[in-house]
Design a protein around this ligand. Structure first.
Ligand SMILES: NC(=O)C1=CN([C@@H]2O[C@H](COP(=O)(O)OP(=O)(O)OC[C@H]3O[C@@H](n4cnc5c(N)ncnc54)[C@H](O)[C@@H]3O)[C@@H](O)[C@H]2O)[C@H](O)CC1
Ligand SMILES: [K+]
Length: 582
């Protein structure tokens, strides 16, 4: 599923209208109809009438606090059941239930007049003066037709509406759908059953100005469910930053393609459940226009990245078939970090894993994980890494398929030159995490002189490490995670995994993926070390860097979800649980 910026959406919109000849009014009609549809689903769910058509396609929520469903063009493949449960099955057209004799006649809310259930609902539709407002007016019409009580609230004088939105305004008037103007007429949103937020969409520039700001505050204070059209009003659709104020939606009905701001925090937190609805813009258009940002789903893994998500193994495979990982990680006080990375590399299916540690630690680690091979790498008695270990590591690495460096490594004299040798002299794929990233950051401009690598590099920074790599603050990284990750991966020719809620995977060719698996319970010591081991293990099994990074992040999050179910609470998940759940 593609994710677009406001500008990309405008281009695709314009192309659809100007080049494909699909009228803007048609798109607006489909958009408003989709919004009305989702409002009815929400009403049905809130009243407990039927859950059948409201199955959550993406994740189940047993493990945590976040309930979300993201559906769209690949919804059917994700098992989303778009049944007619909030309509009615009225009759059989054939003689009884006998198979092969006629079929069932089903209706939807719009085809059988007013339904008692909907008449109890009173929804307010908050309408801005742009096309987002136009979508809201179409929804107002369809909800009226379905039998709901609807009141349109114009943020500004209806005379300010233009183009297709003005057409909708006139239709609303012709149908005598009740409408009032904010600031002119009395309004109390607290009595509503729900509110549609069609104030500001992708045309938003900066924080909501008056009267929009006051309306947003009143809607948030009303305590009733809010359904946002396209994006919550007050959200930066490109970055996910929240302006003051910003709508806190229960559901966001996102039109045509996912918007960047809905998949990154803090925006994702205000969007509620996000439903992506088709409005007539061809799904393939984003790819044809060079959009390179996607949501990381099983379909994306299979179709965009060519990953065998079943992780099938050849029947006559042997341990050599599945690769040999060398993990250089762990020191006296942080040996656990190395153990977690090495065990994760095994659990993800590597044929063999060798864990290289400072020599003094080795006797104490014998038997810690009998499946691992141990190697002494840094001579000297203190259990710390030293620059002299590069020769031994390079020798060990020669016979291994991938080298993962960093978890629990610590810093030591000469570490920049040490990492540079691994970077330049090891010819296989390299995964750098934790202190290895801090060494890179400390190298600064000197990095430019390092020989370009023939084989892949995967970097897995958390936002603090990313900030050090870029020489900016963590807050700045978080404000534009996608842009920073993409820029770094492109200019440095590496695959970059920017960790944190909704991890971003950026590839050297500009492709970027946003993960949705995982939960806040995975913010626990060692979880990152596990990810390093997973990605290294997948590289050893022959996946390329983009595949290993994306699939690794996806599986890591999914395993975290499984672990939370086993523990019965997300907060109790520890890193070792994630390994066991793989
Ligand atoms: N995806 C599609 O192809 C379709 C999208 N539709 C909907 O159209 C909006 C985008 O519409 P647009 O008219 O470009 O912008 P907005 O409705 O978001 O409103 C902009 C409107 O508001 C003023 N404004 C901008 N920023 C502010 C602010 N901070 N405070 C107050 N006022 C502001 C600005 O001057 C404009 O007049 C998209 O989101 C979809 O909902 C189509 O309907 C169907 C096709
Ligand atoms: K909106």
């Amino acid at each position: 599923m593609y994710i677009v910026t406001a500008e990309e959406m405008r281009q695709l919109d314009r192309y659809t209208i100007d080049k494909l000849g699909i009228p803007a009014l048609t798109l607006m009609e489909n958009a408003g109809r989709a919004v009305a549809d989702e409002v009815l689903k929400l009403c049905a769910m809130e009243s407990g009438w039927s859950h059948k058509s409201f199955s959550e396609s993406h994740v189940d929520s047993a493990y945590g606090t976040e309930r979300r469903y993201i559906v769209g063009q690949d919804a059917a493949k994700q098992g989303y059941d778009e049944g007619p449960a909030y309509g009615e099955q009225v009759a059989h057209s054939g003689p009884g239930d006998t198979p092969g004799h006629g079929g069932v006649i089903r209706t939807e809310p719009w085809s059988h007049g007013r339904h008692a259930m909907w008449e109890r609902e009173h929804w307010y539709i908050l309408v801005g003066k742009g096309n987002n407002g136009g979508d809201g007016l179409v929804a107002a019409r369809h909800l009226t037709d379905a039998g709901l009580r609807v009141t349109v609230v114009y943020a500004e004088s209806p005379d300010t509406l233009r183009g297709e939105a003005a057409v909708q305004r006139d239709t609303i008037a012709a149908l005598h759908i009740p409408a009032l103007v904010y600031g002119r007429d009395a309004l109390d949103l607290r009595g509503a059953s729900g509110i549609v937020d069609a104030l500001l969409g992708t045309g938003t520039q900066g924080p909501p100005r008056e009267p929009y700001a006051s309306l947003v505050r009143e809607a948030n204070a009303s305590g009733v469910p809010l359904v946002s059209v396209d994006v919550p009003s007050g959200l930066d659709a490109d970055t996910g930053a929240l302006y003051e104020p910003c709508i806190r939606a229960r559901v966001t009905v996102c039109l045509a393609y996912l918007k960047c701001g809905l998949v990154q925090y803090p925006g994702a937190g205000n969007a509620g459940d996000v439903v992506v609805r088709y409005i007539g813009i061809p799904p393939g258009l984003a790819r044809e226009h060079g959009v390179q940002l996607r949501l990381l789903t099983r379909d994306t893994l299979r179709e965009a990245l060519g990953v065998d998500v079943s992780r099938s193994r050849v029947p006559d495979g042997h341990k050599g078939t599945y690769g040999h990982v060398l993990v250089a990680a762990g020191s006296l006080r942080m040996s656990g970090a190395g153990l977690l990375a090495a065990r994760a590399a095994l659990r993800i299916g590597s044929g063999l894993v060798t864990w290289a540690v400072p020599e003094a630690l080795l006797p104490r680690l014998i038997g810690a994980a009998p499946e691992l091979m141990l190697a002494a790498a840094a001579a000297g008695g203190d259990g710390e890494w030293n620059a002299g270990s590069a020769d031994v590591l390079l020798q060990l690495a020669q016979a291994r398929d991938v080298l993962a460096v960093g978890p629990g490594l610590g810093r030591f004299a000469g570490d920049t030159g040490w990492l540079r040798r691994l970077w330049e002299e090891y010819s296989g794929p390299l995964v750098l995490d934790a202190d290895a990233l801090n060494i890179l950051a400390a190298a600064g401009p000197e990095l430019e002189a390092w020989k370009p690598r023939g084989a892949a590099v995967v970097l897995t920074p958390h936002p603090g490490e990313m900030a050090r790599l870029l020489g900016i603050s963590t807050a700045e990284v978080q404000r534009e995670r996608i842009a920073h990750a993409r820029q770094y991966a492109r200019t440095r020719g590496v695959t970059l995994v920017l960790k944190g809620a909704r991890t971003v995977i950026a590839c050297p060719d500009g492709a970027v993926y946003v993960n949705t698996t995982g939960h806040a319970g995975m913010a626990t010591g060692g979880a990152g070390d596990v990810l390093t081991g997973i990605i290294a293990g997948l590289l050893a099994q022959g996946l390329n860097a983009s595949q290993a990074a994306a699939f690794g992040v996806y599986l890591h999050g999914a395993a975290g979800e499984t672990a939370a179910r086993h523990r019965q609470h997300a907060a109790s998940v520890i890193a070792g649980d994630i390994i066991e759940a793989l």
